[in-house]
Ligand binder design. Structure first.
Ligand SMILES: *Cc1c(COP(=O)(O)O)cnc(C)c1O
Length: 415
C-alpha cells in the first residue's frame, strides 16, 4: 500500500461499530465495568479494556496504532508533548551513572533536558555531527543510548541512520531517533535501524498547529540486555518488547504525561492528510530555497539543495525531499528582524509543521538559554531566521520573501 492509502485504509484503521468515519472521541477519565471482578481483570491485564485515561484510552489507542503502522513499529505510546515523549523514553532506560551520546545540534528543548538530567547523574556527550566516526570516539561502558534527529531542527544536518545504527548495535546500544522533522512520510526510521522513534506530533503529524503532543514508537527489534540496561531488569521476560513493557507499566504511566483524547482525535484528522501536506511543504521549501539561494546578502540552508553537503543523503534516505524547514542568514540581527517584519504571509511564531508558513529568530527565542557554543552547533547565529514552510501557493510564497529581501536593501539605501 502506498503511504497515502495506508493512512486511510491501513490495517490499524478501525471504524467504530456505528459506521462513523473517524474514531469516537472518548472524552472521559475512567471506564466502568459490571463487576468488581471484570475491573480487576482489566487492571491486571488479564482482560482487554480501558480503566483510566492516563493508562489508556480508545481514541488515544487509535492514534497510537495508526502511527505505529506507518512507522513499521511493534508498539507506540502517545504523550502529552514531544518533550514528555523524549523524557519518558530516556528515563525508561537510564539510571544514575549512565551516559547519552547525542548530536550537539539538536532541538533546543532536548539539549536543555539533557542538562536537567545531569542532576540525576546522567551525563550527555555531545558530538558535532551524529555520524559513526564521531560517535565511535565517545562510546564508553556507560553509554546506554545514542540520540539523534533525522533532520536536525534548526541545524538541518541529516543523520545517516543506517551507519549510526550499525555502530550502535555493534556496541549493544539502542539508537533513539527524533524523527519529528522527517515524519514517516519522508522515511521510516526503523527501516534504517532506529530502535526507538520519537515524534513531536505537535508538528507535521497534527499539521494544523491545534494541539501539542508526542509519541514514542518501539521497533521491537532491539535485543535488550538487562545487564547493560538494568532499568529494564523487571521486564526481561518481555524480550524485545521490554522497553514498551516498562514504559507502559511504569515510567510513562507514573510520570503521567498522557495524551488527551481530544488531541489524539485532532492528530488522527491531521494524520490523514500528512502525505499530501508533507509533499506540498517539501516542494514549496525546495522552490523557496532555490529562489533565494542566489540573492546577494542572504545565505540559504536547505538539505534538499544540490549545494548542500547532505544532498546525497536526502536523495538516498528521503527520496529527494529535504523536509519543510529552510534557514536563512540575513547578515545581521537587525536585517533578520526587518526581513521577518516585512513578510506578508509568514506568521512570526514558534512552531513548525503548520499549514501556514512560520518564521522565527531562534537566537532570541528558542535558544535564549543556550551558550554561544550550543547555538553555533545548532547553526543558530544572530542573523539566522528559521522558516517552517507551509502549504501556501508557491509563487506567492517566493514573491513574499523576494520582495521582503528587496525592501531590506531599499531601506538600507535610503538610510
Ligand atoms: C518541537 C520539537 C520537540 C518538542 O516537542 P513538543 O511537542 O513541543 O514538546 C522535540 N523535537 C523536535 C525536533 C521538535 O521540533
Amino acid at each position: 500500500m502506498e503511504f497515502n492509502t495506508k493512512v486511510l485504509h491501513g490495517k490499524s484503521v478501525r471504524r467504530p461499530c456505528d459506521g462513523a468515519t473517524l474514531p469516537t472521541i472518548s472524552q472521559v477519565s475512567a471506564f466502568s465495568y459490571e463487576t468488581a471482578e471484570e475491573l480487576e481483570k482489566v487492571f491486571t491485564n488479564r482482560a482487554p479494556g480501558f480503566a483510566y485515561t492516563r493508562i489508556g484510552n480508545p481514541t488515544v489507542d487509535a492514534f497510537e496504532k495508526r502511527i505505529c503502522e506507518l512507522e513499521g513499529g511493534l508498539a507506540a505510546t502517545a504523550c502529552s508533548s514531544g518533550m514528555a515523549a523524549i523524557t519518558a523514553a530516556l528515563l525508561n532506560i537510564l539510571q544514575s551513572g549512565d551516559e547519552i551520546i547525542a548530536g550537539a545540534g539538536l532541538f533546543g528543548g532536548t539539549i536543555d533536558l539533557f542538562g536537567d538530567l545531569e542532576a540525576y547523574g546522567i551525563k550527555t556527550r555531545f558530538v558535532k555531527q551524529v555520524n559513526a566516526e564521531q560517535i565511535e570516539k565517545n562510546i564508553t561502558d556507560k553509554t546506554k543510548v545514542i540520540f539523534g534527529e533525522l533532520i536536525g531542527n534548526p541545524g538541518l544536518d541529516v543523520m545517516d541512520a543506517s551507519s549510526v545504527a550499525a555502530l550502535a548495535h555493534k556496541n549493544g546500544i539502542p539508537l533513539m531517533v527524533d524523527a519529528t522533522t522527517a515524519t514517516p512520510y519522508l522515511a521510516r526510521s526503523i527501516e534504517y535501524g532506529a530502535d526507538i522513534v520519537i515524534h513531536s506530533s505537535s508538528k507535521y503529524i497534527n499539521g494544523s498547529g491545534n494541539s501539542v503532543s508526542g509519541i514514542i514508537i518501539d521497533s521491537g527489534n532491539f535485543k535488550w540486555n538487562t545487564e547493560k540496561h538494568p532499568a529494564l531488569a523487571k521486564y526481561k521476560k518481555f524480550g524485545n518488547l521490554a522497553f514498551t513493557a516498562r514504559l507502559r507499566g511504569d515510567t510513562w504511566r507514573n510520570i503521567g504525561g498522557c495524551l488527551a483524547p481530544m488531541n489524539a482525535y485532532l492528530n488522527i484528522v491531521g494524520l490523514e492528510t500528512l502525505g499530501l501536506r508533507m509533499q506540498r511543504i517539501c516542494d514549496n521549501a525546495l522552490a523557496l530555497a532555490k529562489a533565494l539561494e542566489g540573492i546577494d546578502g542572504i545565505s540559504v540552508n536547505y538539505p534538499g539543495l544540490e549545494s548542500s553537503p547532505y544532498y546525497p543523503l536526502v536523495k538516498s534516505q528521503f527520496d529527494g525531499d529535504g523536509g519543510g524547514i529552510v534557514t536563512l542568514r540575513a547578515g545581521t540581527k537587525e536585517r533578520a528582524y526587518r526581513l521577518m517584519n516585512s513578510l506578508k504571509y509568514a506568521l512570526k511564531a514558534t512552531n513548525i509543521g503548520d499549514t501556514k508558513t512560520l518564521v522565527i529568530h531562534p537566537a532570541s527565542t528558542i535558544y535564549l538559554h543556550s551558550t554561544e557554543e550550543q547555538k553555533n552547533n545548532a547553526g543558530v547565529y544572530d542573523d539566522t531566521i528559521r522558516v517552517s514552510v507551509g502549504i501556501e501557493g508557491e509563487a506567492d510564497l517566493i514573491e513574499d520573501f523576494v520582495e521582503a529581501i528587496k525592501r531590506l536593501d531599499k531601506t538600507e539605501g535610503e538610510e
